[in-house]
Design a binder for this molecule. Structure first.
Ligand SMILES: C[S@@+](CC[C@H](N)C(=O)[O-])C[C@H]1O[C@@H](n2cnc3c(N)ncnc32)[C@H](O)[C@@H]1O
Length: 256
């Protein structure tokens, strides 16, 4: 079974409806900051505010893990477990530790759901209530059993929080860690990501324009042979990005 079908069935078998990966062009009134992502509903009620990763982002991660197999995965932002469980399905021998600050009881249910479904899948999933950055060192020391080698940063979406989450992950990672950031372009965090990239020249960093949320990745150049082709396949050439920005300004009637 594909990762997407297996993931979907975990929710549907529990009476949860999944809404995912829709186009704003099909649903007037919705925009690029919400409808492309993943939301869960039970009895018509939305379960978590935070949108999960989209189908194409699962495909990106599948490509990534075909080239590089992490053993200790850390997720900042569990919500209702969607990306936590996707990562666990894709990496059967990895330990997956996920945290959420749990602003409501629903995210606490999301922690329990991720742990229960992880166990059902036979994966080593350890979701816990905790806030980044302050709780990261103690949770990693307690749960991870070694340095983080893959981090998904998908918590609070401000440049400051993204930076704090990255620094917290870096402090518990080793030099081989790969960092993937969700929602960077759509949630207007590209300037913050550029600053992280500038301040961390030991990592190769790029935006991933071909992912619906505008993800970003930072990885050690030692993994260039494995990860470089995948990062390039999920971004867009600088030439096309510049040309599209320019054409977009012209279409909006702005001076170029
Ligand atoms: C966009 S959602 C995560 C979606 C999830 N990764 C998925 O794919 O389903 C963001 C989550 O981060 C949590 N969060 C926000 N700030 C946080 C922080 N400082 N530490 C831990 N979790 C946080 C929120 O409660 C929310 O559930």
């Amino acid at each position: 079974m594909s990762v997407f079908l297996e993931l979907l069935s975990l929710y549907e078998d529990n009476g949860i409806t999944v809404q995912t990966s829709l186009s704003p062009g099909h649903f007037p009134g919705f925009g690029s900051q919400d409808i492309p992502f993943t939301y869960m509903f039970r009895d018509g009620q939305q379960l978590c505010e935070g949108g999960g990763i989209a189908f194409a982002e699962i495909a990106f991660l599948e490509h990534l893990f075909s080239a590089f197999q992490p053993e200790r995965i850390f997720v900042v932002g569990n919500a209702f477990g969607w990306s936590t469980l996707a990562l666990a399905i894709m990496n059967p021998s990895a330990r997956v530790v996920a945290i959420d600050s749990c602003p409501t009881e629903t995210e606490e249910q999301g922690i329990a759901f991720a742990n229960e479904m992880g166990a059902r899948l036979g994966r080593d999933v350890r979701a816990a209530k905790g806030k980044s950055p302050e709780d990261v060192p103690s949770i990693i020391a307690r749960e991870m059993g070694g340095p983080v080698d893959f981090a998904l940063i998908d918590g609070w979406h401000t440049n400051e929080a993204q930076r704090a989450d990255f620094e917290a992950c870096k402090a518990v990672a080793d030099g081989r860690c790969v960092y993937v950031f969700h929602d960077v372009i759509n949630l207007l965090l590209a300037d913050g990501f550029a600053a992280i990239a500038r301040d961390n020249p030991q990592l190769a960093s790029t935006l991933l324009f071909r992912t619906p949320s505008g993800m970003a990745i930072s990885y050690p150049p030692a993994l260039e042979a494995e990860i470089g082709p995948i990062a390039r396949a999920f971004t867009e050439t600088d030439e096309r990005v510049r040309a599209l920005w320019e054409e977009g300004r012209a279409r909006r009637g702005e001076a170029t």
